[in-house]
Design a protein around this ligand. Sequence first.
Ligand SMILES: [Zn+2]
Ligand SMILES: [Zn+2]
Length: 238
Amino acid sequence: MSMYIQEEYFVAYLKTIRKLSRSSVKHYLDAIKKISSILKEKQLINDSLYEIVDLDRLDEIRDLLRQDDYFVALDSQGHQMYSSGFNNYYRFASASDFENIGRKIELLDSVKAPAPQILQTRQTYKRSSILAKQSIVVANYKCELSSSHNTFIAKSTNHPYMERHHLLPLSQQHNFKTSLDVYANIICLCPICHRLLHFGTDKDRIQAISKLYEKREFRLENSGIKITKNDAIELAMS
Ligand SMILES: [Zn+2]
Ligand SMILES: [Zn+2]
């Protein structure tokens, strides 16, 4: 298992969704390894490009590379293999082709180690906004409690405004050996349903949690999260 959830998902995405050959996958991964070492040397990251969980930060890195003489020269010598590796990762991270993935996203479910290296103070785990965006796009901007729920068009995406929610809260990560910040545990919700899950009456919350649990039970299990419905309700209510 890699240390980085986004790396594991990226590799699975290239192989399973994009159906790229082993050699193309290897080229992209090698390119990202090289880019990571360049960024590390510049002290822009700690270790790997995959540690970046904010898309805005990834945008900054992209601009930086484009303006970096050393990188531009290297890329041109390498017949654009480096920028091509980066661009393919960016395409994945920004979910640009996730609208057509649909249920194929389930093929990417697998056990992920939690990321202790991004454990922050107050025992809160840094959430990946990249995984969140991907989860919203793959749900086609529809509320997973009811696809009929309407919101408004968000300026940033030109799609219905939706929010992500972790069915099993990340504050409970310490109870699990595998990561809770995985596709299987990230739900796309309209803002009303999302607020309901956090601030609704116990009865309404339990009903909503049960429904989502039933939809995700097997995907959670495939992601290493084995939990009964009652335990899931108890954790999600905490
Ligand atoms: Zn939430
Ligand atoms: Zn809703």
